[in-house]
Design a protein around this ligand. Structure first.
Ligand code: PHE
Length: 368
């Protein structure tokens, strides 16, 4: 009996010492110390013993229980320590791995170009103004010297609303940013130097026209402003925007009801071997051409009067340029429609880092 107990105890202690993991150890604990375990059964036999038997057997059985319990505790500590070591070994952080690709948004090229223009014109002392996209026909047409019967109104393919406003004015989606000229002059008087970026709408849709597109309006009203100021401003802006001094402008006589004289501005480009256009040089040189870039002119005195200013005292110039077109030229995109598809792959490719604000000192077009 004593030998049998010794053998069983030794086997159990050996099994405990060899238990590979917490689960195996728990099974051994249940088999020995659990309610129906063999050590528990032995302890129960003490109750049926004579006092003398109990005195001799009791300590032996208690010693077995203690030895098994101690062995289980020791093995459990060893297994836990090994598991922790293994986990720590697995969880090491390899700092030489490349940074994870975290999803992030990007700045749309149209927004980027507007930010670049705001930066460039801020340096020239221009403030940024905005006006409503839902306009009335007085601000969009009449005050810009396009009377109700003016043929130029028909050229704009205007989206009209069915209702008029409280003053009986026809409501429309503005067809250009020029109404901001009127709103700014009326609100602030003269002298004034502003740009007005924003969305404009025309009922027109093909590969190079979308019903909504973006313009930036420029307006300078002061004393003694002349065409030379306009040309210098446009040249300075375009050189800063395209980040090259090799920009040659051609001013062509044109017609807008709100400017007199009106000037269409072309920029010279060269065609490289791949057939791609690159800005720079005179468009008259062999292998070169002229590209229409923007409309401008000296503000018509009737417009200055409509805005409530003294046209004998003040004059100025204005220009309007397509932002989408500028973006396509600078960043080499050839399909205007992709601008408005909201395709994340296109945005990931052509978008700009939202944390890299354009600055003149760092270069306005840094993709960073
Ligand atoms: N508003 C004109 C257009 O949309 C552009 C322009 C603006 C022309 C200012 C002259 C002066 O075509």
């Amino acid at each position: 009996m004593a030998d049998e107990l010794q053998t069983r105890t030794d086997t159990t202690l050996a099994d405990i010492a060899a238990a590979p993991d917490g689960e195996a150890l728990e099974a051994l604990r249940v088999a020995a110390l659990g309610k129906k375990g063999w050590v528990s059964a032995l302890l129960k036999t003490l109750g049926g013993m004579t006092p003398e038997q109990r005195q001799s057997e009791g300590p032996k059985i208690q010693a077995v229980r203690a030895a098994v319990a101690d062995a289980i505790a020791a093995r459990k500590a060893a297994i836990d320590a090994a598991e922790l070591d293994a986990r720590l070994a697995n969880e090491t952080l390899d700092l030489t791995l490349p940074a994870p690709e975290t999803p992030r948004g990007s700045v749309h090229p149209v927004s980027q170009v507007m930010d670049e223009l705001a930066e460039i014109f801020a340096d020239l002392g221009f403030a940024v103004k905005t006006g409503p996209e839902i306009e009335d026909d007085w601000h969009n047409f009449t005050a810009l010297n396009m009377a109700e019967s003016h043929p130029a109104r028909a050229m704009h393919d205007t989206f009209y609303f069915p209702d008029t406003d409280a003053e009986g004015r026809k409501m429309l989606l503005r067809t250009h940013t020029s109404p901001v000229q009127i709103r700014s002059m009326m609100a602030e008087g003269a002298p004034i130097r502003i740009i007005a970026p924003g969305r404009v709408y025309r009922s027109d849709s093909d590969a190079t026209h979308t019903p909504m597109f973006h313009q930036i309006e420029g307006l300078v009203i002061d004393r003694d402003i002349h065409l030379g100021h306009l040309k210098w401003t446009l040249e300075t802006f375009l050189k800063a925007f395209f980040e090259t001094d090799d920009i040659v402008l051609r001013l062509r006589p044109s017609y807008f009801p709100f400017t007199e004289p009106s000037v269409e501005v072309d920029v010279g480009f060269a065609v490289n071997d791949a057939g791609k256009r690159t800005l720079g040089g005179s468009g008259d040189a062999p292998g070169h051409g002229w590209m229409e870039l923007l409309g401008s002119g000296m503000v018509n005195r009737r417009v200055i009067e409509f805005a409530g200013l003294d046209a004998d005292k003040y004059q100025g110039f204005a220009f309007g340029v397509g932002v989408d077109r500028l973006a396509m030229l600078k960043y080499g995109m050839d399909d205007l429609r992709a601008f408005f598809d909201g395709d994340n792959r296109w945005l990931a490719h052509y978008g700009f880092n939202p944390l890299a604000q354009p600055t003149l000192s760092a270069g306005v077009g840094e993709r960073a």
